[in-house]
Write a new protein. Structure first.
Length: 154
């Protein structure tokens, strides 16, 4: 009977170790970057959202209409919600976000399109399958922050 107590403890330990190693794996990657001047499509996993393509409802977020003269607010908005700048190249930025518990890394990429005058977003988890909606929430929070900063700058 006493041995049965160890089984749940061993299972919990295995799960914690698996999450720890997944978190380590997520720290080795980097943002996917641009392909032919656009953000990449999301994979079939539900841990990614992107405004560049109309893939499916679970993967699509809307871009925002944006004036090029306010591009400096983009970086300020992402930093304000906890992002860390990893790459900046013209009108493209790559940021990372880290989860509080195991330190899983998510990538947020932003691209300004001069032709459509829109700000596009791609937010995705580096590892795992589901993100429980974290990337969608992050993009929506960011859009709200950008709109707030635009209103404050006028």
């Amino acid at each position: 009977m006493a041995k049965l107590i160890y089984i749940p403890l061993i299972i919990i330990l295995v799960v914690i170790l698996a999450l720890y190693f997944l978190a380590l794996q997520s720290k080795r990657g980097e943002a996917p970057g641009l392909s032919e001047g656009k953000l990449l499509r999301c994979s079939k996993k539900p841990n990614c959202v992107c405004s560049e393509f109309n893939q499916s409802k679970k993967h699509t977020v809307d871009p925002i209409d944006f004036d090029r003269s306010h591009l400096e607010l983009v970086k300020k908005a992402v930093l304000a919600i906890g992002g860390n700048l990893r790459q900046e190249s013209g009108q493209y930025w790559a940021f990372t976000f880290s989860s509080s518990f195991f330190g899983f890394i998510d990538d947020l990429e932003i691209r300004y399109d001069d032709n459509s005058k829109k700000l596009h977003f791609r937010s995705s988890s580096r590892v795992g399958h589901s993100d429980l909606g974290a990337n969608r929430k992050r993009v929506e929070l960011l859009k709200t922050k950008i709109i707030q900063l635009l209103a404050e700058s006028e």
